[in-house]
Design a binder for this molecule. Structure first.
Ligand code: 5AD
Ligand code: SF4
Length: 481
């Protein structure tokens, strides 16, 4: 989905204002790409590898929008004319995976020396990683960070016209550039950024260092984007931010996240609203009221707990205790008995004892999570936790991780059986990967359902009889009544 902005005059000098400046560079790149197409007698292709969270996937949609506007066509093959890696650095194994894959690109580039390779995202906000790419991965042509993804066309133009490597990483920004193209993965659902960055500085987390300080988009820009998406046929939106509950606090005219939800709810055509991620410390009573009263806000809340030990939570700088967290869960369940709550948990944080770990197992049982993402603590240099004493030995962390997973699965299995036999609304998303006679979709509470129906239902919200709970998904059939 790319807007046509061919009315840009590239004979004029480079505009200073954004987004006009990037439109100009897109037009300039388009010229170069067209010339190359004629030489080769084929279209130029691009391929992306995106690692990490919803934010990164959303950023990749924007990058793909720019590339399509320039004239590149997407391909699943890694030996494309333009390849970029949008990287994640939240845990160390994410970095290892990126470098592992990067090696294969070198062989492709040997065959196609005009291939352009770009690296961007959170890893590229770290000086030592950029240095490594500069020195070791000399076949990488373009490096940029999280703050200037909007500049892809400009950077690409520089690389194409100068044939030199281009490195452009910003330490921080207060800019939010609106109205650039975006290529959505799905026709019927879309992510919408509402804010960027994070101010929380949880002691283990590198995100505030690589994504910068909190910046909220203006509510009118968000609503305008949602209206446009609805007109294009989108029925479900996911509002995205590292910590959506602190949305709007730094705007010139502050607006709460709950108020923003109410504005978005008014948009005709949008039938489901999701959001991610919520920090427990900022979740307001106002939000609970708005959620409970809403017909559109989904019955799912991702509420990362990280640990069940108040002592560890304090060391993590999470600003709540186990008791406060459980009280919040109690309030949420009282207001919305059908709410699914999911979470993130870290085991092996520095200084975590067996007793602390038992508290984590306890909170999993008490909070009755529908599912949980579980992580082994990963030391990120530059974060306060990296310097803490008593780092937990790897074997202890692994052993706790296995025990935690068992309890999480037990609890989730039980939770996920409770809708068996009911007829519920499902957003039909795709043909089932394993059985093409079935469709895969999601309930309001985010549970996956595989059900018998034909592909004409894809993109629609349809009633489905949940015939059998299978632990982490349901099997069902389209309801005919
Ligand atoms: N080690 C392990 N897990 C981490 N997370 C963030 N930083 C780290 C780290 N250093 C997890 C948290 C967060 C999720 C996105 O990733 O649980 O909620
Ligand atoms: Fe990291 Fe904490 Fe911010 Fe989440 S809220 S991104 S865990 S610092």
């Amino acid at each position: 989905m790319t807007a046509n902005h061919s009315n840009i005059d590239i004979n004029e000098s480079v505009p200073v204002q954004e987004p006009q400046r990037q439109r100009w560079f897109m037009a300039k790149c388009r010229e170069l790409v067209k010339m190359r197409e004629q030489e080769l007698g084929r279209k130029l292709t691009f391929h992306d590898q995106t690692f990490g969270c919803q934010m990164n996937f959303k950023d990749s949609e924007k990058l793909n929008g720019i590339l399509e506007e320039i004239g590149y066509v997407p391909t699943d093959n890694e030996d494309a004319d333009f390849v970029y890696y949008n990287t994640c650095t939240v845990r160390e194994n994410a970095n290892i995976r990126v470098y592992g894959r990067l090696g294969t690109l070198k062989t492709y580039k040997k065959k196609n020396p005009d291939m352009i390779i770009a690296m961007c995202g959170c890893m590229m906000q770290e000086e030592e990683e950029v240095q490594k790419v500069k020195d070791v991965y000399t076949f990488v042509d373009i490096v940029f960070g999280t703050h200037n993804i909007f500049k892809l066309a400009e950077l690409l133009y520089e690389a194409l016209s100068s044939k030199r490597r281009v490195f452009d990483v910003w330490e921080k920004t207060d800019m939010i550039i609106e109205d650039l193209p975006s290529d959505r993965k799905f026709d019927f659902k879309a992510g919408v950024n509402i804010m960027f960055g994070c101010n929380n500085f949880c002691s283990y987390c590198i995100v505030p260092y690589v994504r910068g300080r909190e910046r909220s988009r203006r509510p009118e820009d968000i609503v305008a984007e949602v209206e446009k998406l609805a007109q294009e046929g989108v029925v479900e939106i996911m509002l995205l931010g590292q910590n959506v509950n602190s949305y709007g606090k730094n705007l010139d005219e502050p607006v709460s996240f709950a108020k923003l939800l109410q504005m978005v709810e008014k948009v005709d055509g949008i039938e489901r609203i999701r959001f991610m991620t919520s920090h427990p410390k900022d979740l307001s009573d106002e939000l609970i009221e708005v959620m409970a009263a809403s017909k559109k806000i989904c019955r799912h809340l991702h509420l990362p707990v990280q640990s069940g030990s108040s002592r560890i939570l304090n060391l993590m700088n999470r600003k709540y205790t186990k008791e406060q967290y459980l009280e919040l869960v109690g309030k949420l369940r009282a207001a919305m008995p059908d709410l699914a709550i999911t979470t993130d948990i870290i085991v092996g944080f520095p200084g975590e004892t067996e007793e602390d770990f038992q508290e984590t197992l306890d909170i999993v049982r008490k909070a009755e999570y529908d599912s949980a993402f579980t992580f082994i603590y990963s030391k990120r240099s530059g974060t306060p936790a990296a310097k803490m004493e008593n780092q937990v030995p790897e074997d202890v962390a692994h052993e706790r991780f296995d025990r935690l997973l068992k309890v999480v699965n037990e609890v989730a299995r039980e939770k996920n059986a409770r809708l068996q036999g009911r007829t519920e609304l499902v957003l039909a998303e795709a043909i089932d990967e394993k059985d093409p006679s079935m469709i895969t979709g999601r309930l309001s509470n985010n549970n996956v359902v595989h059900f018998t129906a034909d592909s004409s239902v894809i993109g629609k919200i349809v009633p489905v009889v949940l015939e059998e709970a299978k632990g982490f998904y349901y099997l069902g059939r389209l309801s005919n009544g």
